[in-house]
Design a protein around this ligand. Structure first.
Ligand code: DQQ
Length: 530
């Protein structure tokens, strides 16, 4: 083990795992690091049938510093086996960290392209894997691109999207042009080692929109991810069936001056050396709670995406807990009806379901505790029909809700003192048109007033008032899908509440509700260095 070097390394390394394991707020069926810090998903992919998840990892403590690449493998995207650390800083271009990157198949040789950090700057590096992807050798040519494009005043320069097009490799590096906006620089190579600069694929406009808005483009684009949605591959000029002006998706995480804002994506068309954007979309209504997503096409052709659920408690509380960061459940992205993407957790998540309860159809009343369903590891699926003007609320992680009238529990805690509320509404706007939305109300999520309780919300199409709502609760991690629109966030209840409550204003029909407890995926403490 390395010596404690960082001022935030206040928890002895040999105590981190025990601290993390003891935390009741640590998710049990999402992937988390053995302890210490986890951020971006990296090198996501499937190799000879096995899924690989690499991730930004600091086993020294629950803070971002001197980042390594952690690694885990899975036969099914939900049960994970820890593997040895894949990359760690060594002298030279990655002396201060192995930042985000991707896995590609170089004619049968597993190859990582990542950002080596040295001092305050990052440059593209390459590492070559053994056939089992368990040991990695850094390329002697590193950094494979010696400097950002000359003569461009950039805000930052890092993270990679690499794909094969014909007989050449193409690469995007995330960046931003000062005074203009975020961008992705396009390069080309025959061997992943020598790269020719082509130019910016497309430059965003940081002056457009309100910098505090949930769809502000930021001044730098982290973790750019370009892919063809649906059938076909990037660069296909005649996409089979699903092509068109919206066929190519450019995902990025909007960043500004050290601030990780939110993931966004353009739909548009990649052709030749440029990208013609059509529309900008929010990727997840939870914003920074689904940050730095990365996706891959698996062997069945699905577009599978992971994202990083950041913490919502203070840095001090996080460090004290001994762990930080949750990997989202893998989600499948499919082209939606309006050219935007629809998301759903991969069906393999259902492998973890236990104890099925079904209820409905019936009308939802003013407030009821859901009988037979409680817990802090849950998968809930609801089909609803909302009359215009009605609102449906699903309360989870509730404490004391067995006394909904507010009578204190025997321990003196007011009833319903904590509850995290997912609200969906079918509003009638001016002119009579309906504006439907999903909203996460965390004002009563936690008695701990130091945790983030900001409201999260976004629009949802609800044709005919119909809504399919999927809610995954994993202690402090929440993933919500409302007709394919994701809202991911964190909640930090202090009372250990497990109650689920339904309520409605106006007329809401619960057509069907299915609920399951979710099995944990790690049954024993895991070593920091597997
Ligand atoms: N995290 C990585 C960077 C990336 C950022 C460093 C996004 O490569 O830009 O850990 O969260």
């Amino acid at each position: 083990m390395t010596e404690l070097t960082h001022p935030l390394a206040t928890v002895p390394q040999d105590e981190l795992v025990a601290r993390a394991e003891a935390d009741p707020l640590r998710p049990r069926f999402h992937f988390v690091s053995p302890a210490g810090w986890l951020n971006d998903p990296n090198g996501v992919g499937q190799w000879n049938g096995t899924y690989h998840l690499f991730y930004q990892y600091n086993p020294e403590g629950a803070f971002h510093h001197r980042i390594l690449w952690g690694h885990a493998t899975s036969p099914d995207l939900v049960n994970w086996t820890d593997q040895p650390v894949a990359l760690e800083p060594s002298g030279g271009p990655d002396a201060d960290g192995c930042w985000s990157g991707v896995l590609v198949n170089d004619g049968g040789t597993p190859t990582l392209v990542y950002s080596g950090r040295n001092g305050e700057r990052e440059l593209p590096c390459v590492a070559v894997g053994s056939p089992d992807l368990l040991s990695w050798t850094k390329a002697p040519e590193n950094p494979v691109i010696p400097a950002p494009p000359a003569g461009v005043d950039i805000t930052a320069y890092r993270d990679h999207c690499v794909w094969r097009e014909g007989s050449r490799w193409r690469q995007l590096v995330g960046s931003g042009i000062r005074g203009r906006g975020g961008t992705a620089f396009l390069y080309e190579s025959a061997d992943l080692r020598r790269w020719d600069y082509i130019g910016p694929l497309f430059i965003g406009d940081a002056s457009s929109g309100d910098p505090s808005a949930t769809d502000w483009q930021g001044t730098m684009w982290e973790c750019v991810d370009l892919f063809r949605a649906g059938a076909g591959a990037l660069g296909d000029q005649e996409p089979d069936g699903d092509g068109g002006p919206d066929a190519d998706v450019l995902v990025f995480s909007a960043w500004h001056d050290g601030d990780t804002r939110h993931p966004l994506y353009w739909t548009g068309r990649y052709s030749g050396d440029s990208y013609t954007p059509r529309e900008l979309h929010r990727l997840d209504y939870g914003g920074r709670y689904f940050y730095a997503p990365q996706s891959f096409a698996d062997q069945s052709g699905r577009r599978v995406m992971f994202g990083w659920l950041q913490e919502g408690r203070t840095e001090a509380a996080t460090v004290e807990a001994g762990w930080s960061g949750v990997m989202s459940l893998p989600r499948v992205a499919t082209p939606g009806s309006e050219g935007e993407l629809a998301f759903a957790p991969v069906p393999e998540v259902e492998l973890l379901r236990r104890g099925h309860v079904r209820t409905g159809p019936r009308t939802v009343g003013g407030g009821e505790v859901l009988a037979g369903v409680s817990g802090n590891q849950l998968d809930l699926e609801l089909d609803l029909e909302l009359e215009p003007g009605s609102v449906f609320r699903l309360g989870v992680l509730g404490s004391g809700a067995e006394n909904p009238d507010g009578i204190p529990n025997p321990d003196g805690v007011p009833a319903g003192a904590e509850e995290t509320v997912i609200e969906v509404g079918c509003d009638v706007g001016s002119g009579g048109f309906t504006q439907s939305y999903v909203l996460l109300d965390r004002t009563r999520s936690s008695l701990d007033r130091t945790v983030d309780a900001e409201e999260k919300s976004g629009p949802v199409q609800m044709p005919g008032g119909r809504l399919h709502l999927r809610v995954l609760v994993d202690r402090s991690a929440l993933e919500i899908f409302a007709n394919g629109k994701p809202l991911t966030a964190r909640a930090y209840p202090t009372l250990g509440g497990e109650t689920v409550r339904l309520s409605a204003t106006g007329t809401v029909r619960l057509l069907q509700l299915d609920a399951w407890r979710m099995e944990e995926v790690f049954s024993a403490p895991r070593p920091l260095f597997p």
